[in-house]
Design a binder for this molecule. Structure first.
Ligand SMILES: Nc1ncnc2c1ncn2[C@@H]1O[C@H](COP(=O)(O)OP(=O)(O)OP(=O)(O)O)[C@@H](O)[C@H]1O
Length: 314
């Protein structure tokens, strides 16, 4: 086990009945990393965060946070968390709730700073049960950043936030990471992961499918996007016979395709005697890469019905 690690999962498993929510998960997070946890619904993201926060015990393996148990790390004030649901006391005001959270944090910031950073100073006197969804998220954000924690754990933090709240939120998280804190967030917004995270973890059926920078995850998906325009009638059958295609779409004079070997596909295209204009070759976006990687895994675990290559092509 690396002693510098902020978080260590070693062979961690969690099963609910017959569902393996987390399956033999091993990983380490380091100081200053901003890590996005991606995965389809039910992939095990929230369960993994619950295990990391000691809210549920692991069935197998060990979870360590700053070399201690999750509970010890939290009691020491080293972890701030923003979870998806629950946890807000309805009958108190926003200001009272944030004050209480600060009172409980061993290394709390002044309440006024916490309110203003989360953009909720104006609603400090409002009852928590009168808040909109986005305002509730801001309150959760305030609670997660109430003190000087070394690790900030966020489960789908920007769901329901408007554009300005999101921008303010991520600006704050960037500051936190720049100061050496580790930020781990689960999200379904892949553009946020692409823009914010310096490390992306792709979880699927409780297992870690990919771990790297967004660029590495895109490269792992293997395919590239090619688009071009053709003049005159397009011979769709000839286009579909191009080598290394995974998908192709012909719309008007424009052809858009994905290829696992774009150089060979373009070479063959010229071999058809056509003259493509506005030819562009680009990598997959993170969203397309994510879909390709998880679909390929689905296909690999159901080999009788679909090949991985077919899944990549969908
Ligand atoms: N308390 C529970 N009891 C039984 N099954 C559960 C429980 N919590 C989660 N599961 C199951 O474990 C699996 C992983 O769920 P989890 O909530 O961790 O996924 P997730 O990646 O966070 O999903 P989402 O993106 O939909 O929030 C799912 O199949 C889910 O149905």
């Amino acid at each position: 086990m690396n002693t510098d690690a902020v978080v260590t999962f070693a062979g961690v498993g969690k099963t609910y009945g017959t569902v393996k929510a987390v399956d033999d998960l091993s990983l380490e997070l380091y100081p200053g990393q901003t890590v996005a946890l991606l995965g389809p619904n039910g992939a095990g993201k929230s369960t993994s965060l619950d295990l990391l926060l000691g809210l549920r015990p692991a069935d197998t393996g060990t979870v360590r946070v700053f070399g201690a148990s999750p509970r010890e790390a939290i009691v020491a004030g080293r972890v701030g968390a923003m979870l998806q649901s629950g946890g807000l006391m309805d009958e108190v005001t926003v200001g009272e709730l944030v004050r209480l959270t600060c009172d409980l944090h061993p290394r709390a910031y002044p309440v006024g700073d916490v309110l203003s950073r989360a953009g909720i100073t104006q609603i400090a006197d409002r009852k928590v049960n009168k808040l909109s969804g986005g305002q509730e998220q801001r309150v959760r954000f305030a609670m997660a950043t109430a003190g000087d924690s070394d690790l900030i754990v966020l489960d789908e933090p920007t769901t329901g936030m408007d554009v300005s709240a999101r921008q303010a939120f991520w600006a704050t998280m960037r500051e936190q990471a720049d100061q050496g804190r580790t930020v781990l967030f689960a999200t379904h917004y892949l553009e946020e992961a692409d823009a914010i995270a310096d490390r992306v973890l792709v979880l699927h059926r409780g297992r870690l499918l990919a771990d790297g920078t967004a660029a590495e995850i895109k490269a792992k998906a293997g395919a590239r996007r090619v688009s071009f325009d053709l003049e005159g009638a397009i011979d769709e059958q000839a286009m579909r016979s191009l080598p290394f295609l995974t998908t192709i779409d012909v719309s008007g004079q424009t052809v858009r395709l994905q290829s696992t070997d774009a150089d060979a596909t373009v070479h063959a295209l010229y071999g058809l005697g056509v003259y493509p204009r506005n030819l562009e070759v680009a990598g997959l976006g993170l969203e397309q890469a994510f879909v390709a990687i998880t679909a390929a895994e689905d296909a690999a675990s159901a080999p009788s019905t679909q090949t991985a290559q077919e899944a990549m092509a969908q």
